[in-house]
Design a protein around this ligand. Structure first.
Ligand code: PGA
Length: 227
């Protein structure tokens, strides 16, 4: 069983959800499929046969935090998964490793399954071990049985550039040797043409798909080719 996560980012619409739900519901798969739409679309997945996740949450329970969403409210909406520390949150909204860690605790406390994203920037390509080490440090002695991690090299996100299979094998082994995580996804320019190579990597348990998850037919192919 592989985990296939769609990250729609700030894209899509109510109409698209209806089309997407109808066609992805028709797929027969052993894989776990999780779709993370923008918050206002979460309520439109009532007929979805798979899982719904959120793209972010805050670490406080409630209060004066305009624009933020609490993990407990996500649970009330039937959300089971939450992406935490995506590179766009880290780089555009200045989320720190401490923020990511606090969000992870809040997610676990609320029985949400966190999908924690880590990955090196393009200028860190030769020093990726150091970059990942800094991002993983707070998780080194944590119980990660109920957590998913996603290795997403920032230089690969939305660019069409994908690391080689050997590079993914190398990095994923390093991550699994450093933290005790059971589930590790790969993310960054995953599409229907490269999925078969990526999913064969021995330490990769699934993928986090951005752009290609907004094309229903292509996303369906990704799910089927990951079997
Ligand atoms: P991409 O995005 O598949 O469009 O590269 C992946 C992600 O940011 O999670």
């Amino acid at each position: 069983m592989k985990i296939i996560v769609a990250n729609w980012k700030m894209n899509s619409s109510v109409n698209f959800v209806h089309e997407f739900v109808k066609s992805i519901n028709e797929i027969k798969t052993q894989n776990k499929v999780v779709v993370c739409p923008p918050f206002p679309l979460i309520g439109h997945f009532a007929d979805f046969k798979h899982h719904v996740g959120a793209q972010n949450c805050f670490y406080e329970k409630s209060g004066q935090y305009t624009g933020e969403i609490s993990p407990s409210l996500l649970c009330e909406l039937g959300v089971k998964y939450v992406i935490i520390g995506h590179s766009e949150r880290r780089n555009v909204f200045w989320e720190t490793n401490e923020d990511v860690y606090k969000k992870w605790i809040a997610a676990i406390d609320n029985k949400l399954i966190p999908i924690v994203c880590i990955g090196e920037k393009s200028e860190q390509r030769t020093t990726w071990r150091d970059a990942l080490h800094v991002q993983m440090k707070l998780f080194e002695s944590c119980d990660l049985r109920d957590s998913i991690f996603a290795y997403e090299p920032v230089w690969s996100i939305g660019t069409g550039f994908v690391p080689t299979v050997d590079e993914i094998e190398n990095v994923s082994k390093f991550i699994k040797d450093s933290i005790n995580c059971r589930w590790l996804l790969y993310g960054g320019s995953v599409n229907a043409s490269n999925i078969e190579h990526i999913i064969k990597c021995s330490n990769i348990d699934g993928v986090l798909v951005g752009g290609a998850s907004l094309k229903t037919k292509e996303f369906a192919d990704i799910i089927l080719k990951s079997e």
